[in-house]
Each structure stands twice: as structure tokens, then as C-alpha cells.
Design a protein around this ligand. Structure first.
Ligand code: GYE
Length: 330
């Protein structure tokens, strides 16, 4: 018995020595900040995926919405000689130099979420992110098709577009999709277009000022759910009924938006998933095995959720939020 115990002890010791001596895989992540529920879910998901992986370590940097902080973080990652870099840029321009430095340091780069404009000029392994132009198209198409479905397809309707952080690819892409799709629905009249910076507080403030300066607002398109939720507070404070007096379409499909839809205060949300851990982990595992990638671009499949379901947007049909709320992960 004693011998067996000693043997087990030696074995355990050997295992722990080999585990400690194996070099950790260091994955560094330059995150934009924490402006929205989407961003929190994105950070949590990647943190869990990487820290939950045996032998992997996360080096995390929150840039607090500042490009210069992100540039500093990337240079720090290079100095630390991390093994892999995950990157999403607060705005789409101004990354050429620092990402070339990442390339020169031969650190494999994985782009997630907002893809920088210089992507075609640099090397990266893969890019995982939403199809922002399509998301913007879906927002307008949802409003247009919904109005048709309630017999208001040929009534003039006033619409406002609340944009995300100016210059972020999530904003430029969604705005491009919004404006292109508006041409298909000539009864939707654009009466306001302003940034709410992807935050609840700014969404509320912009809606407050619109309600004072614009006579009639029928539809709010908010380029993320947080701004839509802030706007709901402003609409209520102005004595109007969100979801009825003003139709509200958000983007992201975070839990709080599902709650608002089920409560009848918001009409629809276009999904943009923040859950990239399931793409990033297998990619890094494959790189470790020696597999090669060449700028693989993946837009995850995404849905549209609303009060009643059944609105046909061509590429996708909406699903009733109440039917799937229990299955949502973020
Ligand atoms: O929609 C918004 C977030 O880049 C897709 O950023 C992301 C956007 C998301 O703050 O809520």
C-alpha cells in the first residue's frame, strides 16, 4: 500500500513538473472598451474561451474607446512577444503602421468584430465579424415590411436613424445598408440622422433632443440595442409609448432587447453575435497543429427577432422573440 502511494506521488509530481514547464500559449486581445451589452458579452465570451483552455493564457487590454490606447496595447503585445493577437478596431482607419509592425514581428493576427480598412494590405489569419451592411439593410427592410403587414405600406412615415460610433465599421456598414435599403421603401422619410455612440446614455440624449426638435417620429432605427434602450427611456419621459407610438428597431439582439420586445416596448432587433470564442479557439488550435490559413473571412449566420415573427426580409424571416428568449446566451 505504501509503495503504491509513493508511486502515485511520484507520478503526480512528474505530471505537475511537465505541466509547469510546458510554455503557456499566450493570446493577447486588444478590446475597444465597454460601451455596450454586446461588448461585455464579447469580452466575457473570449475571456472564458481562452482562459478556459488548458495551457492558454489571456493578456487583455481595454482601450476605453481610444485608438491611441489600442496602438499602445498592440506595441506592448509585440514587446511581450505574445503568441497570438486578437484585434478589433474602434474606428476603421489609422491601423496600417501598427498592424504592419505586428506582421513584421510574425505574430499571427486574428481579426474579430470590426475589420480595419487596411485589412487587404496586411497579413491576418482570419476575420470573424458581422455583415454590417446586411444588418443595416435588415433594419430598414424590417420596418418597411412590418408596415406593409399592418396595412401601412403606402402611408408616409417619418424615420430617424441613430448611428453608432462615427467611423467604426459597424457604423459605416450599417449606415450604408440603412441608406441603400431606404431607396426600396420610398414611404419611409428620413427626418433625422445622428450618432448616439453605441451607448445607452447617448441614445437617450439624442432621442430627447429629437423629440423636442422633430414634429413627428414614427420609426426609430438604432444601430445597436443599447441606444434603442436609452431612447425608450426618453420616449417614456416624453409621455409617448415606445413600441406603439414609435416603432423601434435595434441591432445586436442582447438579452435586454429581448426583454423590451417581450414587454412590448421595442419591436425588433437584428442579430449580431458577439460570441467569437467558438471560432477563435479552433483556429488557434489549428495554427498550433501547423495548419495554414489565408485571410479566411467568416460572417456567422444571424437571425432577426421581433414581437410576432414571420416578417420576410428576403435573406431571413423574423422569429418571435418570446419563443426563443430562453435559449439566448447573451
Ligand atoms: O453592435 C455595438 C458595439 O462592433 C458589432 O459595437 C459591434 C458593435 C455592436 O458596441 O453594440
Amino acid at each position: 500500500m505504501k509503495k503504491l502511494f509513493a508511486l502515485v506521488l511520484v507520478f503526480a509530481l512528474l505530471v505537475s513538473i511537465s505541466a509547469a514547464s510546458a510554455k503557456d500559449v499566450v493570446v493577447a486581445f486588444s478590446q475597444i472598451g465597454q460601451e455596450s451589452d454586446w461588448r461585455t458579452a464579447n469580452t466575457d465570451d473570449l475571456r472564458n474561451a481562452i482562459e478556459g483552455h488548458a495551457g492558454w493564457k489571456l493578456v487583455y487590454d481595454d482601450a476605453q474607446q481610444k485608438q491611441e490606447n489600442q496602438i499602445k496595447a498592440l506595441r506592448n503585445f509585440i514587446t511581450q512577444d505574445v503568441d497570438y493577437i486578437l484585434f478589433t478596431g474602434v474606428v476603421s482607419t489609422g491601423w496600417d503602421e501598427v498592424l504592419k509592425e505586428v506582421n513584421e514581428a510574425e505574430i499571427p493576427l486574428l481579426l474579430i468584430d470590426r475589420i480595419p480598412d487596411c485589412a487587404d494590405k496586411i497579413d491576418y489569419v482570419a476575420a470573424f465579424g458581422g455583415d454590417f451592411v446586411e444588418e443595416g439593410r435588415r433594419q430598414i427592410a424590417w420596418a418597411g415590411e412590418y408596415l406593409k403587414s399592418i396595412g401601412k405600406g403606402d402611408v408616409d412615415v417619418n424615420i430617424v436613424i441613430m448611428e453608432g460610433t462615427t467611423g467604426a465599421s459597424a457604423q459605416t456598414g450599417r449606415t450604408e445598408g440603412n441608406l441603400k435599403a431606404l431607396k426600396e421603401y420610398p414611404h419611409l422619410k428620413l427626418v433625422g440622422q445622428q450618432s448616439g455612440n453605441f451607448t445607452r446614455a447617448e441614445g437617450q440624449a439624442v432621442m430627447e433632443s429629437w423629440l423636442k426638435s422633430i414634429d413627428k417620429i414614427d420609426v426609430l432605427i438604432a444601430q445597436n440595442d443599447d441606444m434603442a434602450l436609452g431612447a425608450i427611456d426618453a420616449i417614456k419621459a416624453a409621455g409617448k409609448v415606445p413600441g406603439k407610438d414609435i416603432i423601434i428597431v435595434g441591432c445586436d439582439s442582447v438579452k435586454a432587447a429581448f426583454d423590451a420586445i417581450v414587454a412590448g416596448e421595442m419591436n425588433a432587433t437584428i442579430e449580431c453575435t458577439p460570441l467569437y470564442g467558438k471560432f477563435v479557439v479552433p483556429t488557434i488550435e489549428a495554427l498550433i497543429r501547423g495548419e495554414k490559413f489565408d485571410k479566411t473571412v467568416v460572417h456567422p449566420e444571424e437571425g432577426v427577432f421581433d414581437m410576432d415573427g414571420g416578417i420576410d426580409l428576403g435573406t431571413v424571416k423574423s422569429i418571435k422573440a418570446a419563443d426563443v428568449i430562453a435559449t439566448r446566451q447573451y
